[in-house]
Write a protein that binds this ligand. Structure first.
Ligand code: SAM
Ligand code: FES
Length: 350
């Protein structure tokens, strides 16, 4: 007799109520290991044993927003702020390119010092020197015309986690931000032609199983090219200090569901997973993830990009991170792929 998990594995589709019921089944360890097995088989069917490597450059920790959970929120007076100059960002990419990376993820707080003109120059320098590399931006909310200009300047991918698909929970965590605008940004990015990444945190204060089902249902309906899912980890300089935070176990379940509901997505094993558990990223790969994002930022700024505490690899050189992750992937029985690793859902514009 088949059940909801079999249905999910065979059709990659469940209604929101069915997702809730399937999440409740996870109390039984046998169902949970079946979920991980189905997710791993789905990822093997689309990507084989390959794990794509993306080089992450955290180029600024200035942020105009005040997300309650985030260590670089504007209201955190203890954050030691930095901005990388365009040439420094280029130097990180150069080092990454020499190490074999063919995707650079440029991430920052919402820092308006980086105007579209400045960002366009940076993209021009990177694409001019490394035309075969893909550039992903993760810089938060901008206007449609800005997203269009950045796409034209060569950014082909954009990560913007929806954070939570529950309006009520979103509003409780994001003062002076709009849930509708966040969702609209995701839709605009897709329309413009970017490979788009959505995603959410697990273990937010007040988050219920129903909220998580909403997140998974949103991913299923939106069908993003990339999905970032990580545990919420409290930071002591934020209003959510002292919260419990998410667990690796619960996050793994979400990663596996996301793989089954959006089978072709590029799905990273996040740094937050590795920060909570030394084996966190390996576990995520076995639960359906197929991407890792080692850090290329200069070691002098790594500790300052503290979204949460006890983040891993803050003292390690880029070459060290590259080697360390490769070893972890191989030991887990998977293979490193240094290619661009474009989304299987996405067609290169002609
Ligand atoms: N500012 C950009 C944006 O809003 O998309 C990109 C940078 S933002 C700091 C990157 C991601 O970090 C967020 O989307 C959020 O999910 C995650 N994050 C922030 N604070 C966190 C925390 N305390 N624990 C885990 N993840 C966190
Ligand atoms: Fe910077 Fe949330 S605090 S985007």
């Amino acid at each position: 007799m088949t059940d909801l998990l079999d249905q999910l594995f065979e059709t990659h589709s469940l209604t929101k109520d069915e997702i809730i019921d399937a999440l409740r089944m996870m109390e039984d360890p046998q169902h949970k290991s079946r979920l991980f097995d189905y997710a791993n088989r789905t990822r093997l069917a689309h990507y084989g044993p390959r794990v794509f490597m993306r080089g992450l450059v955290e180029f600024s920790n200035y942020c105009r927003r005040d997300c309650m959970y985030c260590g670089i929120r504007a209201g955190n007076r203890n954050a030691d702020r930095y901005r990388l100059a365009p040439e420094d960002i280029l130097a990180c990419c150069r080092e990454g390119y020499e190490l074999g990376y063919r995707t650079f993820v440029l991430q920052s707080g919402e820092d308006m010092w980086y105007t579209v003109d400045r960002l366009t120059d940076i993209l021009g320098m990177i694409k001019g020197e490394f035309p075969d590399a893909a550039v992903t931006l993760s810089i938060g909310e901008r206007s449609r015309s800005e997203y269009e200009a950045l796409y034209k300047a060569g950014a082909e991918r954009f990560l913007l986690r929806h954070e939570t698909a529950s309006r009520e929970l979103y509003e409780s965590l994001h003062p002076n931000m709009s849930f509708d605008n966040r969702m609209e940004c995701l839709r605009m990015l897709k329309e413009i032609g970017y490979q788009v990444g959505a995603g959410f945190m697990v273990g937010l204060p007040g988050q219920t199983l129903e909220h998580l089902a909403e997140d998974l249902d949103f991913l299923h309906r939106f069908q993003p090219d990339m999905i970032g899912i990580g545990p919420f980890i409290p930071h002591s300089d934020t209003p959510l200090k002292g919260s419990k935070g998410g667990t690796v176990d619960n996050t793994l379940v979400m990663v596996a569901f996301a793989r089954l509901l959006v089978p072709k997505a590029n799905l990273p094993a996040t740094t937050a997973m590795g920060s909570l558990d030394p084996q966190g990223r390996e576990k995520a790969i076995k639960a359906g993830a197929n991407v890792v994002m080692p850090n290329l930022s200069p070691t002098s700024v790594r500790e300052k990009y503290a979204l949460y505490e006890n983040k891993i690899c803050t003292g390690d050189e880029a070459a060290h991170c590259r080697g360390c992750i490769e070893m972890r992937i191989k030991v887990s029985g998977f293979e490193v792929d240094m290619g661009r690793g474009d989304s299987l859902n996405w067609q290169e514009p002609v």
